[in-house]
Design a protein around this ligand. Structure first.
Ligand code: GLA
Length: 387
């Protein structure tokens, strides 16, 4: 078993003296389709082998005990007294709250969790925290929710106590991921299709800028509001339901004067990114990695200049990647404002890319970045515990 799973299990036994069920709940990458999940767009995520490990067991009382190993923090609460608090507590409590809102009677249980997703890295540790607990509670309460229902429950949980108005991508990838495959998800209909992640001689490398994005959830919600404002104006003039019904940026131009400039730029980015993500999925299925990589660069440009969710550090990393002939595409990944870039890099060139870009980054910003070569994984699941 993974060493974190083992230490979570041991800590549980020490703290609670009973035998728990152990779960793994993955983080995610997203190849393309950024900030379009809440705009009825298409995304291309995959679950990864970094995530959150949970040990959970009922305790025959009404007390719910959490021990968050990574923070060395504890929390005791009952279902009747659940309320919004702060930080990690909001994520777990909001998940319990969603089960209560569904009419489930949540009795006492004990829970230890820890993980290896660097915080604020854009690999969605929040969806992993939510997904692991939701999966465990679903089994414990015999609530009978399917994986997509659990993903939707986790999304509602993130909207509620943490107040991040996220889309469905992270929670969907967390529940529905499959090893060696990416998911093409239509965020409007939830229709999805898996296809193998065939990168031939290339691998996915994440470079963590170590600029934490955790403090800018307000900015995330602002982007969502800008899109809603723009779409409302467009709906007044066009017979459309969502951004995907707009065929080209040319069709948008006539509305420029009716919108605040930032609102217009967000709309433009979303229309372009929805088209790009569809095209990118086709290219990937046709094994056309080179063209796929170009679209990643175009996404970054849009996220940086139009959607304004990049930062100097991420722009620097993408510019650096562009200069390395072993890199075929690079862009910021996830919500932005910090976190990781996702890069498609020729296998033989990975070491050199990581060393050279890390040195340049350190020199420029005096921050040591971290690099991870990504392995995809299955969605949230129970692990077999060896005694
Ligand atoms: C965060 C959100 C997702 C998605 C991405 C940007 O990860 O949780 O729903 O909007 O940002 O693509």
């Amino acid at each position: 078993m993974n060493p974190i799973a083992v230490s979570v299990l041991h800590s549980f036994r020490e703290n609670f003296h009973t035998e728990p069920a152990v779960y793994f709940s993955p983080g995610r990458i997203n190849l393309i389709g950024e900030h379009v999940d809440y705009n009825d767009g298409f995304v291309l995520p995959a679950a990864i082998d970094k995530g959150i490990y949970y040990a959970v067991a009922q305790n025959n009382s009404s007390d719910i005990h959490f021990y968050a190993m990574d923070f060395n923090e504890r929390l005791t609460i009952t279902a009747a007294t659940i309320k919004k608090i702060d930080n990690w507590k909001n994520y777990v409590l909001s998940v319990i709250n969603e089960f209560i809102l569904l009419g489930q009677e949540v009795k006492g249980f004990d829970c230890v969790f820890a993980g290896d997703i660097p915080r604020g890295s854009g690999m969605s540790s929040s969806a992993a925290v939510e997904g692991g607990l939701a999966f465990a509670l679903n089994e414990m309460l015999q609530a009978g929710l399917g994986r997509v229902e659990l993903a939707l429950l986790c999304q509602r949980a993130e909207h509620n106590f943490p107040q991040v108005n996220c889309g469905i991508m992270d929670q969907f990838a967390n529940m529905m991921g499959r090893q060696d495959e990416v998911i093409l998800l239509d965020c409007k209909t939830m229709q999805h299709q898996y296809f193998p992640l065939r990168l031939q001689g290339y691998k996915i490398v994440l470079i963590n800028s170590k600029v934490p994005h955790a403090l800018v959830t307000g900015e995330y919600n602002v982007r969502r509001q800008r899109c809603e404002e723009g779409l409302a104006i467009l709906k007044n003039h066009l017979n459309i339901h969502s951004f995907r019904d707009i065929n080209s940026v040319g069709d948008l131009a006539q509305f420029k004067l009716l919108m605040d400039e930032k609102v217009f730029n967000c709309c433009r980015y979303v229309v372009e990114e929805i088209t790009r993500a569809k095209k990118a999925a086709e290219l990937l299925q046709q094994d056309n990695i080179a063209e796929f990589g170009k679209l990643m660069y175009a996404t970054h440009e849009g996220l940086s200049k139009l959607y304004e969710v990049s930062c100097t550090e991420l722009d620097f990393l993408v510019e650096w990647a562009k200069k390395d002939s072993n890199v075929i595409g690079s862009r910021l990944m996830g919500g932005g404002f910090g976190g990781c870039t996702i890069n498609i890099v020729k296998k033989e060139g990975i070491d050199q890319f990581i060393t050279a870009s890390s040195e340049a980054y350190k020199q420029q910003f005096n921050i040591d970045p971290e690099a991870y070569v990504v392995s995809t994984a299955d969605g949230t699941r129970q692990l077999t515990v060896t005694p």
